[in-house]
Design a protein around this ligand. Structure first.
Ligand SMILES: C[S@@+](CC[C@H](N)C(=O)[O-])C[C@H]1O[C@@H](n2cnc3c(N)ncnc32)[C@H](O)[C@@H]1O
Length: 288
């Protein structure tokens, strides 16, 4: 009988699945080779292997995934967090290091940020864990399913980080409409990894993505620019003077969106490339 590694055509994925079933880290699997394995674990490996073989993403099959410093529950209610988003968080943390100032030059206290289209909550929760200790962050999503998952991830983290319970707030609604009106003009940071795949590109995506991840998380409309435009257009009224807008986008959208941000009156507009040299993160500031 073929091994799981052969059936998946991936020794590393087989290792992840087995390690998950016996509750050890994948990197320590060699040291557990002689340990007895329960029938429950064998059944769990079989069930996960079957799901993976139908093309379901490994992360959904495992039900959890690591991102920067946090472990997240992941399932088909929200997008699987991607490595490129780790850099978006890095850039956002850098922007938070330069606090927005009020019109009178004062630093708003506490610092307030919004992660719009939070999905699993990955960006909001990473900023809360890694960012300034006084940061208050609002995570929003139009999807109630995604927000439930984000809430589960927040609740899991509060066991070790009880401060997150009051510092992270999750709200449902479309883009800025989900935020309380009194935050207008007070945000030091607006960050988002919005949907940015065009309807035509979506048809050509791998079945693993197209058939399993929410279309709402990937496709904002026919051109793929609809959500980026809404965020660039809307953020100016919500950011404090000097506050930053940080957006993930596809490399081929970078020039267009940088131009639109400049036309909309932002300053310090730049695009940050990822480690592979692909333009992935747009940064723009509201003038002071
Ligand atoms: C690309 S996913 C990003 C999820 C998560 N932030 C991440 O980086 O993994 C985009 C998210 O935007 C949400 N979304 C789509 N349209 C929206 C809208 N009009 N208003 C607010 N959120 C929206 C989706 O539900 C989805 O969770």
């Amino acid at each position: 009988m073929a091994s799981l590694a052969d059936r998946l055509a991936s020794p590393s994925e087989a290792k992840w699945i087995v390690a998950h079933a016996i509750h050890i880290a994948p990197g320590t699997i060699l040291s557990a080779l002689d340990d007895p394995v329960s029938s429950t674990a064998v059944e769990a490996v079989r069930a996960m292997g079957e799901r993976r073989m139908t093309g379901e993403p490994l992360q959904y099959v495992l039900g959890e995934w690591s991102f920067r410093r946090i472990d997240l529950r992941v399932d088909r209610r929200a997008l699987v967090p991607r490595p490129e988003t780790e850099q978006v968080v890095e850039v956002a943390l850098g922007e938070l290091g330069q606090p927005a100032r009020g019109g009178d030059g004062s630093v708003p206290t506490p610092r307030v940020a919004a992660d719009l289209g939070t999905g699993t909550g990955v960006i909001a929760l990473s900023l809360a864990v890694e960012g300034p200790a006084d940061l208050e962050i609002w995570g929003t999503d139009v999807s109630g399913d995604a927000l439930q998952l984000a809430q589960a991830n927040l609740s899991a983290l509060t066991t070790s980080r009880p401060d997150l319970e009051t510092r992270v707030r999750l709200r449902q609604g479309p883009w800025f409409e989900a935020l309380p009106p009194d935050l207008a003009g007070r945000l030091g940071l607006v960050v988002s990894n919005p949907p940015y795949v065009s309807a035509a590109e979506w048809s050509g995506l791998d079945a693993e993505v197209r058939d399993h991840e929410p279309r709402l998380a990937l496709v904002p409309g026919p051109t793929g620019l609809e959500a980026l435009d809404a965020l660039v257009d809307g953020a100016g009224q919500w950011l404090a003077p000097g506050g930053s807008l940080v957006l993930e986008l596809a490399p081929h959208q970078a020039v267009t969106m940088a131009g639109r941000a400049e036309s909309a009156g932002y300053v310090g507009v730049r695009v940050v490339a990822d480690l592979a040299g692909r333009d992935r993160t747009l940064v723009a500031r509201r003038p002071r």
